[in-house]
Design a protein around this ligand. Structure first.
Ligand code: ZN
Length: 273
């Protein structure tokens, strides 16, 4: 297959390019051809180089704080050269509040200093060749798990006071819990009652009391996603999926990877809603 050609460019006046050089090398290590423009390029020079070098994607890096004006200018210069089809991604020191603005201007994706080069390389690969896309992003919140001492005592708040519908109650022996699913729109609340002392929900209740226990994300192809997270260095509680409620396949991500929040990945059988 033809190698992906990437133009790495630093618009503006800042004089540091160590970050850009690290990224250029990481992309080369992933089998891409990288052209680096060097420091202090104008948006016009960058667009011109992209057209001349016939690149597949442009990666802009900025540490100077001028990204709000310079990045959109690069897009304008590409348009002048009928080259708007070249996707532009960006990274560097970019405050999160500027990201929606830049995406709105037409930058495809912003990588911040916390992003891994592994993720960046995968993203470029999938952008240029969508066939290589391994997985879709999570579709929705499948449910929010709430630890309770007793489902019977907890239920009236949800079903009577809030008027929500109890969908099913089930025991999941592998987790040592009884669970009640309460339907709310597209998603569910999952009440978790421990069945025995070795249940992790029992330990949670003893330590923290009743309350939100986890958030479950609905995903496709849970095994591929677990492998991908593992590759990215995300700490997992379960490296392999196990059977959860209603024959779903589930796995937990370690709260250390997610600001102290316990996330569950949840894949339902195809014929279910
Ligand atoms: Zn759950």
């Amino acid at each position: 297959m033809k190698k992906i050609r990437v133009l790495v460019a630093k618009p503006g006046l800042d004089g540091h390019d160590r970050g850009a050089l690290v990224i250029a090398q990481a992309l080369r290590d992933h089998g891409m051809e990288v052209i680096y423009t060097g420091l202090r390029q104008s948006p016009a020079q960058i667009a011109q180089a992209a057209v001349q070098e016939d690149v597949d994607v442009i990666g802009l890096s900025s540490l100077s704080g001028a990204h709000r004006t310079l990045f959109p200018k690069v897009l304008e210069e590409l348009e002048k050269r009928n080259a708007s089809d070249i996707p532009v991604i960006a990274g560097g020191v970019i405050p999160s509040e500027d990201i929606p603005y830049l995406i709105d201007k037409g930058i495809k994706k912003i990588f911040t200093s916390g992003s891994s080069t592994e993720v960046l390389a995968d993203y470029i690969q999938e952008l240029i060749d969508p066939k290589t896309k391994s997985i879709e992003k999570p579709h929705k919140i499948a449910h929010i798990g709430i630890a309770v001492e007793s489902i019977d005592y907890a239920l009236p708040f949800y079903t009577d006071s809030l008027g929500l519908e109890l969908e099913m109650v089930e025991q999941v022996e592998s987790e040592g819990v009884k669970i009640a699913f309460i339907k709310i729109g597209e998603t569910r609340l999952e009440l978790l009652e421990p069945l025995n002392d070795s249940s992790s929900v029992r330990k949670f209740l003893d330590k923290k009391g009743e309350g939100i226990h986890h958030i479950a994300l609905e995903v496709d192809d849970i095994e591929t996603r677990l492998q991908q997270l593992n590759k990215q260095g995300i700490k997992l509680i379960n490296e392999k999926a196990k059977t959860g409620a209603h024959n779903s396949q589930i796995a937990f991500i370690h709260p250390k990877a997610a600001n102290g929040v316990l996330f569950e990945l949840c894949q339902h059988e195809r014929n279910e809603d």
